[in-house]
Design a binder for this molecule. Structure first.
Ligand code: NZQ
Ligand code: ZN
Length: 390
């Protein structure tokens, strides 16, 4: 394990079918003024809204609401929420929803007491907050991002078509607590469930496909990937299977709560390509990743051959006997491809509304990292987007 690292994760998790009861234990720790943050209305349809409101009222909280946080939350929506939280003198932002609601709440949290423009400060300059942070709590209803236990926040500037994520350094920006009830995720449409599953898988890949040293994080990652593949096949056939859905929920949290990044330089280029697509098309996050992944991994495979070979054998069970390294690695990616198809993921960018004419523009807003096995140049980025088109 060659890398140096600091690990600190203060988010308290409550997991399981009875976990919402623990909101009663958390609420007394904060002041009276709670801002409830949620999306377009799924929580009203499935009854989670009523359950949360009842608990807030029982705890005598003054409630304000930020409703209508959209998937891929926008900067305009962020400005609106900052005003609501300021007017309400918020003591706690309670995010009830998926990664979008949770990310958005963190962005409001670091902006309420800040006089500067949050886009410039956090998503252009990547500054850390120098103002008082409003605590965030989360009741998770969509599984995938890991936002429930990390300090990441992704906001889309709809004017510039930039979708930018900031992973804050200060662990105080991680939710103070997160409530994870797998039953709350059962009403997710199949499309969102599988997009979330692929998001989880790719978070692990992004951290796994870097470096060549022997690292405990890689062994943990392989175990998480195997569990996810196993449970995803069950949930794909029977989305109401609690055991599978609960395993997927727990894997999502560990896939991106900073643990498996320990000692790793990490890659994150699938996310950079996917986010650039998301900024242009507003497509579902996990599906943007699914559409670009295979062309990207096949492109960088020769530069990280040993790790791709290990991935094939340890994650996909490829038989390595009497085969060339490259053949083994290719079989691993082929197994991954057939799993992705089995889940019904979006396998190309055309399905997400991307056209040949958009590719130069999408390449313009693609951020490039050089911590993976191959630093991409512009021609390679364009080639990967072209290969992902069909
Ligand atoms: O808005 P509502 O009506 O609630 O509907 C949502 C939304 O349409 C629906 N949904 C959520 N829970 C549901 C439900 N529908 C029925 N039943 C339920 N129980 O699902 C749709 C998608 O929700 P969203 O929150 O957008 O999904 P997700 O959790 O995938 O979050 C995506 C956002 O997170 C960012 C993405 O870029 C994207 O903006 N990410 C955040 C990360 C982080 N914080 O570390 C990392 C990720 O890589 C990702 O970039
Ligand atoms: Zn992701």
């Amino acid at each position: 394990m060659n890398g140096n690292f600091v690990y600190c994760n203060p988010t308290k998790l409550y997991f399981g079918e009875d976990s919402l009861d623990f909101l009663n234990e958390e609420l007394p720790k904060y002041g009276k003024n709670v801002v409830l943050v949620y999306g377009a209305g799924s929580i009203k349809e499935n009854g989670i809204y009523d359950k949360v409101i009842n608990i807030l009222k029982k705890n005598e909280k003054n409630i304000a609401e930020i409703a209508g946080v959209m998937p891929n939350p926008t900067l305009a929506k962020l400005y609106e929420g900052i005003k609501i939280a300021r007017n309400h003198n918020a003591d706690l932002l309670l995010a009830v929803g998926g990664g979008s609601v949770c990310d958005y709440s963190k962005a409001v949290s670091v902006s309420v007491n800040c006089t500067e423009d949050p886009w410039e400060k956090y998503f252009v300059r990547f500054d850390e907050p120098d103002c008082e942070i409003v605590p965030v709590g989360c009741v998770l209803t969509m599984v995938g991002t890991g936002s429930e236990m990390n300090a990441g926040s992704v906001i889309t500037n709809e004017k510039t078509k930039q979708k930018i994520g900031h992973v804050f350094e200060d662990e105080k920006i991680m939710p103070r607590f997160s409530i994870l009830n797998p039953r709350f995720t059962m009403t997710l449409p199949h499309y969102q469930m599988t997009a979330g599953i692929y998001d989880i898988f790719n978070h692990i890949c992004e951290q796994y496909f870097s470096d060549t040293d022997d690292n405990t994080s890689d062994y943990i990652s392989e175990g998480l990937m195997r569990s996810l593949i196993h449970s995803s096949k069950i949930a794909n056939k029977d989305p109401q299977d609690y055991e599978a859905r609960s395993n997927i929920m727990w894997t999502a949290t560990w896939a991106l709560n900073t643990l498996v990044a320990c000692g790793k330089s990490t890659d994150w280029m699938v996310h950079m390509l996917g986010q650039a697509v998301g900024g242009y098309t507003n497509a579902t996050h996990g599906m943007t990743l699914a559409a670009v992944s295979l062309p990207y991994y096949r492109h960088i495979m020769p530069y990280g051959l040993e790790k791709f070979k290990r991935f094939a054998v340890n994650v996909w069970g490829v038989d390595a006997s009497e085969k060339e390294d490259r053949e083994i690695a290719e079989e691993g990616l082929a197994a991954m491809e057939s799993w992705m198809k089995e889940l019904g993921l979006v396998m190309n960018l055309s399905e997400l509304g991307v056209t040949e004419e958009m590719i130069e523009g999408i390449a313009d807003v693609t951020i490039v990292f050089d911590t993976g096995y191959k630093k991409l140049d512009r021609t390679e980025i364009i080639d990967i987007f072209r290969e992902s088109l069909i």
